[in-house]
Design a protein around this ligand. Structure first.
Ligand code: SAM
Ligand code: FES
Length: 352
């Protein structure tokens, strides 16, 4: 490994900050040896804060109806081949109750930007979940909304909001999204969520079309300055009915390297080993945890609709029952010396 890269890794571990051009060097000049050192540092930090605990989030994919048309996404509105579905409030509450029974202490409601899910509908669902499962955190991942909407849902009891920034470079953002979507609005939403008091999640895809190492370096600087409570990163994987059908997927190797870097930038961050990582490699989620991640997000959606929430080709866990996924993940984590815990899994700020 180049001396320069070793120095940067040591500096990052000590100071949790680098310049944008240093981040770029860290990415461009990485070697297997550098990745090993980065992962060892990241795992040491993660173990100091979270031990070998892995937090679980029960993901309920409440609707694949979306008014947006992001070029990368399999459920974009222009994809006429998708069979659209929307879970009923009863189905959502049943899935949440089943999750709670299985030991989940965080429920994530995720979906396309489906106009059916007004503030009133969502606030009602959040209230019901909080009433029946008072020790369970509610995370929303419902896309961009207005300030008043975010505030109302927070007041209804939502604790966290996941909204990946997708890329910290405005021009790159424009190549991934149609003109009616804006980088500025995405970033504004993130600031508002943080201001309201949500534990806020940002994130990006690794290897998305047109992405350069300079873009990734900007993403890392954004993580360093915004310090999201959660950071969702996973490889871009093409979907055959999108404009990016013929693009290459992101790699396991770079995703794991960036997981380690992000752990060192913001030590307490809640960092999932994503389903997309498990899709590009059968042991992807284990490898993500071994790179410094500390969260996994098994699917709690009813099995009948899972195949329809196809963001990218080949998505795993679409045939398994929730209980099976949980047992599978418990075994996977145990096999690498980690353990799934039945806790809310809030961020442990101030632990370092
Ligand atoms: N509508 C909500 C939103 O926009 O945040 C939540 C659902 S959205 C489908 C969740 C995330 O899936 C996106 O933020 C994006 O990063 C990821 N995603 C979409 N298409 C993908 C693909 N082809 N490969 C990997 N990840 C993808
Ligand atoms: Fe779903 Fe393994 S986590 S089958």
């Amino acid at each position: 490994m180049k001396e320069k890269v070793r120095e940067l890794i040591e500096k990052l571990a000590a100071e949790h900050s680098l310049t944008v051009s240093e981040y770029q060097t860290l990415i461009e000049e990485r070697t297997d040896e550098a990745a090993e050192l980065m992962a060892a540092e990241a795992v040491a930090v993660r173990k100091r804060i979270y031990g070998t605990d892995v937090y679980i989030r029960g993901l309920i994919e409440i609707s694949n109806i979306c008014k947006n048309d992001c070029y990368y996404c399999g459920i974009r509105r222009s994809n006429r081949e998708v069979r659209r579905y929307r879970l009923t409030p009863e189905e959502i509450l049943e899935s949440a109750a089943a999750g709670s029974e299985l030991g989940f202490r965080t429920i994530v409601l995720q979906g396309g930007e489906d106009p059916y899910f007004t503030d009133e509908v969502l606030a009602g669902l959040i209230g019901e979940i909080r009433k029946h499962c008072p020790d369970t955190a509610v995370t929303l991942s419902m896309g961009e909304r207005g300030y008043a909407s975010f505030k109302r849902l927070f007041d209804a009891g939502a604790d966290r909001y996941l909204l990946r920034h997708e890329t910290a470079d405005e021009e790159h953002y424009g190549k991934l999204h149609p003109p009616e979507m804006s980088f500025e609005h995405r970033m504004k939403c993130l600031q508002e969520l943080r201001g309201i008091g949500y534990q806020t999640g940002a994130g990006f895809m690794v290897g998305s079309p047109f992405q350069t190492t300079a873009h990734l370096a900007k993403d890392l600087k954004f993580i360093e300055t915004f310090k999201p409570d959660m950071c969702g990163i996973g490889p871009f994987i093409p979907h055959h009915q999108t404009p990016f059908a013929d693009r290459e997927a992101g790699t396991l190797e770079l995703t794991c390297y960036l997981l380690s870097v992000i752990r060192l930038i913001h030590p307490p961050v809640l960092l999932p080993a994503t389903t997309a990582l498990g899709t590009i490699d059968p042991a992807g989620r284990e490898k993500g945890i071994l790179a410094g991640a500390n969260v996994v997000m098994p699917n709690l959606s009813p099995v009948g609709v899972r195949r329809q929430y196809e963001l990218y080709d080949g998505k795993i866990c679409t045939g398994e029952e929730s209980a099976e996924c949980l047992v599978c993940l418990k075994n996977r984590m145990r096999s690498i010396g980690y353990r799934i815990v039945e806790e809310r899994g809030d961020i442990k700020n101030g632990c370092l």
